[in-house]
Design a protein around this ligand. Structure first.
Ligand SMILES: Cc1ncc(COP(=O)(O)O)c(C=O)c1O
Length: 462
């Protein structure tokens, strides 16, 4: 058969023009919507190549968010990415799956009556925090109004280590944030200093199960006991919300005897990130109230569901439903035993890393991965030639993303590095990481003088 050169319509349509020589490739539109269409495979190549520069998410030891799922999960994702979570009437089974997940989590977190627990999926923990905070504020307002008291000056009490979302909550919903400052070598909220900050205008106390700063757990049970004491003395009942963004999917499996959840009557709501240790790709969180009484009816909107009524409480209207389906997939796929295995393995890897670091004279271990599988460490005081930021930069040369940041107010003097061990960061990868860390440190130790210092970022929120 004769071979012909491309001419006419074929050439015009561009599909045979070598991919990287096509018009769209030569000048990638960056600021204006292009006038003309391009072939889908050309657009695909451009976009895929651009995001390639983000690097490999599996080397991202900064994030708590899932970067790996089974191939079957990827297939479930591809089969459900068209689902809109708000279309309860059109996608009733996705709505049913969401409700099953809420009940399973209520059971996991020891709600008094799992089947009656109210809760919802969210876009992540941040939306869960906003909704839980709003419910606290509205309940406080209702109680104050019915007692004939003013509602002008609500406050919320939390440790100086809270994630930025709580600062946002306080700002957006006009609640005074009261941060209990860090003290000494304790980098989270403790019960002993709490009551100086609590009063009749406190809508709630936020206790964090798994601090973003160092992965440690705040003592929820002691915090609740201290608030019991306060109630006995003052008659004021202050509820607790547990920000279990990460710990909500770790503690039930790795520290099952730790009492932090709805077993404590003062805990009125809990939120967690399905997309962190809930082991689902980004885009899903959960918030639950211990019972309907703790979610004021005035915050609930009603959507049509199979011709019936479906109550919703959300900041968004439309939102992807696929991650909710993926959460259910993960619950079925792993079950309690599977979750325990995955999370225990993460913890074993984290503890191995912290023990290796503890044996290196260059570092001091701040948290050893025995609560959340998160290791934080600082450069020892004897090291004068480099700091945590230099170590972070050096590791980046090998692709590892390890954030360096200072602790919150009152301990800003302490700068740390943090490694989050997630599903997929295997023992083998940990060995590769430690080898690269040793090489980086050897290089830095061999410097003839101190590293020249640029201005360092002061904080890091993740
Ligand atoms: C303790 C804590 N709360 C809330 C958040 C916000 O979570 P998300 O990223 O799921 O919105 C984070 C995120 O790291 C966190 O660590």
């Amino acid at each position: 058969m004769a071979i012909h050169r491309t001419t006419g319509a074929q050439a015009e349509d561009g599909s045979v023009v070598p991919r990287f020589t096509r018009a769209g490739m030569l000048e990638v539109p960056k600021t204006r919507l292009p006038e003309r269409e391009m072939l889908p495979e050309t657009a695909y190549q451009i976009v895929k190549d651009e995001v390639m520069l983000d690097g490999n998410a599996r080397f991202n030891l900064a994030t708590f968010v899932t970067t790996w799922m089974d191939d079957e999960a990827d297939r479930v994702y591809a089969a459900t990415f068209d689902k809109n979570m708000i279309d309860k009437d059109e996608y009733p089974q996705t709505a049913e799956i969401e409700s099953r997940c809420v009940t399973m989590l209520a059971d996991l977190w020891h709600a008094p009556d799992a089947a009656e627990t109210v809760g919802t999926s969210t876009t992540g923990s941040s939306e869960g925090c906003m909704l839980a905070g709003l419910a606290l504020k509205r309940r406080w307002q209702q109680a104050r109004r019915s007692a004939g008291l003013d509602t002008d000056r609500p406050n919320i009490v939390m440790g100086g280590n809270v994630q930025v979302v709580w600062e946002k909550f306080a700002n957006y919903w006009e609640v005074e944030p009261r941060y209990v400052p860090l003290e000494g070598d304790v980098f989270h909220l403790t019960a002993d200093r709490l009551l100086d900050h609590v009063d009749e205008n406190t809508i709630g106390v936020v206790a964090v199960l798994g601090s973003t700063m160092d992965g440690t757990y705040e003592p929820v049970e002691e915090i609740c006991a201290k608030l019991e004491e306060y109630e006995r003395a003052s008659g004021v009942s202050v509820p607790v919300h547990v920000d279990a963004a990460s710990g909500g999917f770790i503690a039930p499996f790795v520290q099952p005897d730790l009492v932090w959840d709805f077993r404590l009557p003062r805990v009125v709501s809990i939120q967690a990130s399905g997309h962190k240790f809930g082991l689902v790709y980004p885009g899903v969180g959960w918030v639950l109230w211990r019972d309907a009484e703790h979610l004021p009816e005035s915050l609930v909107f009603h959507v049509n569901y199979l011709g019936g009524d479906m109550p919703t409480f959300a900041l968004n209207f439309s939102r992807p439903g696929a991650q909710v389906v993926l959460q259910y997939y993960q619950f079925l796929r792993l079950g309690r035993d599977g979750f325990r295995l995955v999370q225990q393995t993460c913890q074993d890897v984290a503890v191995h890393i912290s023990q290796t670091l503890a044996a290196m004279p260059e570092f001091d271990v701040i948290s050893d991965g025995r609560e959340l599988p998160v290791v934080t460490f600082s450069v020892s005081k004897d090291v004068t030639k480099y700091d945590v930021y230099d170590v972070s930069r050096k590791l980046r040369e090998r692709g590892w993303l390890v954030p360096a940041y200072t602790m919150p107010p009152k301990r800003e003097d302490l700068a740390v590095l943090r490694v989050v061990v997630r599903n997929g960061f295997s023992h083998d990868m940990a060995e590769l990481f430690l080898k690269d860390l040793h090489t980086a440190v050897d290089w830095l130790d061999d410097l003839s003088g101190p590293m020249p210092h640029e201005e360092q970022p002061s904080s890091f929120h993740h």
